[in-house]
Design a protein around this ligand. Structure first.
Ligand code: PEP
Ligand code: MN
Length: 336
């Protein structure tokens, strides 16, 4: 059960509420986010919901039987809109395109990409400065220095930054330079990291774990929300299956299912999802048809020279053509 409590609930009203929950044997957790205060109450006993709903200090009350609660659509029917400022919004009918290299490699590469995005009116640039790599001997990112270069270049063109955070200790230093913190597939159940990201006031994009279920992704989102941050995006980036013909299996089933279960925006990552450059376009467009609120795509001026994930990265020319199709399809879809 989710109890939305009034901001100005008195101590007495709060005490009465807690006593009521104790009396029906419900365990409760206090959740305060940047927007609202809640009590998440869990128990088995049957009771008349109106006996709590009518109490003073209670704004609203919802029974949610799912394991995840605050990210469920069962209490918040309206889609969440993530507002990055400067009129850049994601979700609730606002489609977001995010593009950029797998890794931030240096000043020239950043500037080339910023120019490419600006030309195509794309407002969000991706790029990793902390790279989780399968081999410790591969390029592992330029770190904070790279992030500062990334920030300076994007700031001049009003482009927002999404980049991966790998551990709790990085958050503070990254905070001023990041618009969306990405949690990578390999960190999908790093609960310490999720808790810590719940304590900041910046949006968080959660990638589905490499073998993660939909329920696990939603539970990861619940960690962030219940720690105080309602600004969450879910990302389908492909799961590991028995199939070896492509890097991952982009599970587009997840898109309508996630959107049905949760009010959070859903982003599709066709680059990691299939991992094969020549097929990225088709999967990107399929993601839109499946209902995605946005796409995150890897692009590079010379994919064959990229420090990481070149095999799935589009050239600027390929990307230009894809953006045109995306824009057309997003428009067309509005008429359905
Ligand atoms: C990435 O976005 O470059 C990345 C490493 O993604 P994932 O965590 O989905 O593998
Ligand atoms: Mn990558």
């Amino acid at each position: 059960m989710i109890i939305q409590i009034e901001k100005n609930i008195s101590d007495k009203q709060y005490k009465n509420l807690i006593e009521k929950l104790d009396s029906i044997n419900y365990k409760y957790t206090n959740v305060s986010t940047q927007f609202q205060d809640y009590l998440i109450a869990i128990g088995k006993q049957d009771f008349d919901i109106r006996s709590i709903g009518s109490m003073e200090g209670v704004k609203d009350l919802h029974r949610v039987s799912d394991n995840y609660k605050l990210v469920s659509r069962k209490w918040k029917v309206q889609e969440t809109i993530i507002d990055l400022g400067d009129n850049v919004k994601i979700g609730g009918g606002h489609f977001a395109l995010m593009a950029g290299p797998c890794s931030i490699e240096g000043e020239e590469q950043i500037e080339d990409t910023v120019e490419h995005l600006h030309k195509n009116n794309i407002k969000i640039m991706r790029g990793g400065v902390y790279k989780p790599r399968s081999s410790p001997y591969s390029f592992r990112g330029l770190g904070l220095d790279g992030l500062k270069l990334f920030y300076n270049a994007c700031k001049t063109k009003g482009i927002k930054i999404i980049t991966e955070v790998m551990q709790v200790s990085q958050i503070d230093n990254m905070l001023d330079y990041v618009d969306i913190f990405q949690v990578g597939a390999r960190n999908a159940q790093n609960f310490n990291l999720l808790d810590a990201l719940g304590k900041i006031d910046k949006p968080v994009l959660l990638k589905r774990g490499i073998s993660g279920t939909i329920d696990e992704l939603l539970q990861a989102a619940e960690y962030v929300f219940s720690s105080g941050n309602e600004k969450i995006l879910l990302c389908e980036r492909g799961i590991r299956s028995f199939e070896k013909s492509y890097r991952n299996t982009l599970d587009l089933n997840a898109v309508p299912v996630l959107k049905d279960k949760s009010h959070l925006p859903v982003i599709v990552d066709p680059s990691h999802g299939i991992g094969v450059r020549k097929h990225v376009e088709k999967m990107a467009l399929a993601g839109i048809m499946a209902g995605a609120d946005g796409l995150i795509i890897e692009v590079h001026s010379s994919p064959e020279k990229a420090f990481s994930d070149g095999q799935q990265t589009l050239s600027f020319t390929e990307a230009d053509s894809l953006y045109r199709k995306i824009n057309k399809l997003v428009e067309l879809k509005k008429s359905f």
